[in-house]
Structure formats: C-alpha cells, structure tokens
Design a protein around this ligand. Structure first.
Ligand SMILES: [Zn+2]
Length: 273
C-alpha cells in the first residue's frame, strides 16, 4: 500500500482557481481516487495552497475515507494577501480548531519562493513564520515549498528546530547540503515524478544518498507527471512509478520502498489508517 503525501485533487477538478468547490466538480475527483485505489495508493494527502483551496481540501477529505487535508497559504499566494498575517491566521486557526473532524494532518503548503516574480520576501517570511507557529501550537507537521530560496528557508526553519518542528521539504529539488541539513533536523523530503526526467541526473545522485527513512512519495498531481506520462495531467495513481524509480536508484526491491515510505508518511502525518 502506497501513500501520495502531496496531491491537489481540487485542481484536478475542472474549476477555476479561487472558485469554491461545487458538487459537480466531484466526479473527476472521485475518478482519480478510484484509479488510485486500483493502483494500491490507498491514502492521499490533499494539500491546500490558499484559504479557498484549503477549505476545498477539507471538504474533499471529509467526503472520502482515503483522503486527508492540509491547510495553508503557499508563498506565491501571499501576493494577494494583506501585509498583516492576522486575518489569514485567524481563518486557518478556525479550520484547525476542529482538526479531527476536518481531517487536517499538516499546515501547508507554506514556504519561500523567490522564483516567481514579483515576490515580497518579507511578506513571504512573515506568512511562513506565522504558519509554522500555528503548526507548532497544534502539534502538526508542516509541508514546505521552497524554490530558489534554499538558504533563506533553512535560516527560517532553524529558528524552530529546537521547538520540535516536524515536516517535509516537498518536491525536493535542492542541493546535497540542503538534504543533509533537513535530515539532520529530522525533516523528511518528498520525491516526485521529475526524478526520472532526463535532465535530472544530478537529483538522482542526491536521492540515491538520502536515507530511505527520510523520504516520502508524492505526485503533486495534477502537476509534474513522471517522464513516461509527460503532457498529461498527473494523478495520485502514478505513485508506484515513482517508487519504482527510487528502488532502481537505491538498488533495492520496490516492496522495501513501499513499506518504508508508507511507514514514514504514517509517522510524519500521524495518520490513523
Ligand atoms: Zn503542491
């Protein structure tokens, strides 16, 4: 049994960004979940990216036994938000206050992204810190997005390591020293479809060295399909393809990858499955 630890089922649905999830959107989501079950991907963690998508994430989790939710504001979604994090944190707090009923297993995705321009560095850091603090106050892990901001991100994370920070550097595509530091702090890294893109030999080298106990599998669907499915929307059902790549890289049986990465995900997110 596999777990997709990072998926956006709400973006698989044929709706516009920021459009609230409606009843007629669920058939496509249901189809993707059915496909996953057939592929032995029995649990999906659906990740929020802003308040509307976080609410959608909770709605999907409440509806399907195999789905859990995260809530949070993605760094590139900070642009539209007010300078003060207050109202956003209040809204997230409200969702988290009933985290059992809302099936919320993490705060995310949060982080820093200096790739998409324009960006406001201070604002991203303020939102990131406020959401890490929300996670810590509620004994939840964080799902971290980082792009072209590795050193700034490590500096922020370091502030919270001694406070029991837990989390995953999602869709890990960073240098070796970032992986080493994350592992030292007890953080996990997420492995996605791009691992088998021809240009990513450097990343394969890094993942070959990251201990299996620090890796979780994720699709980031509908984005980033594995090489053999490029051009099509990604699906949580493709997790076994990513597991296969990791097994090849580490020269171990795919069953070992399956067992360990599933155990890692259950532990990190405190899943009751
Ligand atoms: Zn994502």
């Amino acid at each position: 049994m596999f777990i997709d630890t990072h998926c956006h089922l709400n973006m698989i649905a044929p709706k516009q960004p920021l459009e609230p999830l409606k009843e007629h959107h669920f058939s496509v989501i249901e189809e993707a979940i059915e496909e996953s079950r057939i592929a032995d991907v029995t649990t999906i963690i659906n990740v929020g990216t802003d308040l509307i998508e976080s609410e959608a994430s909770v709605l999907i989790a409440q509806r399907y036994q195999d789905v859990f939710a995260t809530v949070g504001v993605h760094p590139t979604d900070c642009n539209q938000l007010p300078k003060s994090t207050h109202d956003t944190i209040v809204a997230l707090k409200k969702l988290v206050s009933d985290k059992e009923y809302n099936k919320i297993v993490a705060i995310g995705e949060i982080g820093l992204d200096f790739y998409h321009k324009p960006y406001e560095e201070q604002k991203q850091k303020d939102y990131c810190r406020a959401q890490i603090e929300l996670a810590l106050a509620n004994d939840l892990p964080v799902v971290i997005h980082v792009r072209e901001a590795a050193d700034a991100m490590l500096a922020v994370l370091e502030e919270y390591v001694s406070q029991g920070l837990r989390g995953v550097l999602h869709c890990f595509q960073q240098q070796q020293y970032v992986a080493d530091q994350a592992c030292n702090w007890g953080l996990l890294v997420g492995l996605d479809g791009p691992i088998n893109y021809p240009k990513n030999a450097w990343l394969r080298e890094i993942f070959a060295k990251i201990p299996l106990e620090h890796i979780v599998l994720e699709t980031d669907a509908p984005f980033l399909p594995p090489q053999q499915l490029r051009g099509k929307p990604n699906r949580p059902a493709y997790i076994p393809l990513i597991a296969q790549e990791l097994a090849l890289l580490k020269n171990i049986d795919v069953a070992v990858v399956e067992k360990q990465t599933t155990a890692n995900a259950i532990k990190l997110f405190g899943l009751e499955i």
